[in-house]
Design a protein around this ligand. Structure first.
Ligand code: AKB
Length: 318
């Protein structure tokens, strides 16, 4: 089976490509710019360019496309028009090009950002979708468009709504990034000033669980799926809970809070926790990491990376 991944250079994409290859799959990673040192299978692809998409799909003829390319919520608010172009036109282009090229399945990454204020806590899949960001608006539209392509054209469309993802890799302009930076900056500099209030609580997930969810939804038998896009949940600590967990793991670290009104407003509009019962029932979704398990693993990974960087490439390379 051949899988093409859009947005493969992003925080999720790079890990997903690694995981799929570990499983023995043939993967064609794509992004607007091919990163330095990428292997010969990597292809340049701007999803806003329909001609480029058609040509690449005709050449590669993938069975499955993981469509990850998107501008995230905080960066998206800096330029909503460009965000619309990448997220909305890009998703339409991917679906339409896949339909015409006979791609069997499209796996889509949606987000908690599809929800807006005043949803139930925890928030079920079918709560009202009233996003406040352009990122959220385009994710709602992407979900609906994919479901349309499924019932109108028989394209197998499925996906997950990601919580804020936390990993050692640098993120790309998300509003949930305060959680990740408590770890990254905590290890790197011993200090971090979070751009949210300490009582802020949104759904979060450790990256290995997020990647496993993408692989599992991508492979779930269609006969078991009762919807196209599923909520998935792991844990929902307050920002203060995360700071305390980091402080317990690192002997000397100082985490302060200095809320930024724009990003705080986005965080306040998102669910506090997700109800993911349908994902658990339909494709046996279950997270492996809670906050403490993530802290333990992530802090040791970041310390190892930091040590490698200090030692320099030759020594670190062994
Ligand atoms: C963001 O903060 O924009 C993303 C997301 C929650 O989808 N991490």
């Amino acid at each position: 089976m051949k899988t093409l991944v859009t947005g493969a250079g992003g925080q999720v994409g790079a890990e997903l490509v690694r995981k799929l290859r570990q499983r023995g799959e043939t993967v064609v990673p794509t992004d607007r710019v091919v990163p330095e040192g990428a292997d010969e299978n990597y292809r340049a692809l701007d999803v806003t360019n329909r001609g480029e998409l058609d040509e690449l799909l005709a050449q590669e003829q993938p069975d499955v496309v993981y469509h990850l390319a998107a501008v995230l919520s905080a960066r998206g608010e800096e330029n909503p028009q460009a965000t619309y172009e990448v997220n909305q036109t890009g998703t339409y282009n991917v679906l339409e090009a896949c339909r015409q090229a006979g791609v069997r399945r499209v796996v889509f990454t949606s987000s908690i950002a599809v929800f807006g204020p005043r949803v139930p806590d925890p928030t079920p899949d079918d709560a009202p979708l009233s996003p406040t960001t352009m990122y959220g608006v385009t994710k709602v539209a992407g979900e609906l468009l994919g479901a349309y392509y499924e019932h109108r054209y028989g394209l197998d469309f499925r996906g997950v709504r990601f919580p804020g993802l936390i990993s050692a890799a640098e993120p790309g302009g998300g509003t949930s990034d305060y959680a990740l930076y408590m770890y990254v900056e905590g290890v790197r500099r011993g200090a971090y000033e979070a751009f949210c209030r300490p009582e802020t609580r949104i759904p979060l997930m450790y990256m290995p669980d997020g990647i496993r969810a993408l692989v599992e939804i991508g492979q779930a038998p269609k006969s078991r799926l009762t919807r196209c896009v599923y909520n998935i949940a792991a844990f929902s600590p307050t920002a203060a809970d995360i700071a305390q967990s980091v402080e317990r793991a690192l002997s000397r670290v100082s985490i302060a809070f200095s809320p930024d009104p724009h990003r705080q407003a986005i965080l306040d509009s998102w669910p506090r926790a997700l109800d993911d019962a349908p994902a658990r029932r339909d494709w046996d979704w279950a997270p492996a990491y809670d906050l403490e398990a993530m802290t333990e693993e992530l802090v040791s990974e970041l310390r190892a990376r930091e040590g490698d960087e200090r030692r320099g490439p030759r020594e670190a390379g062994g």
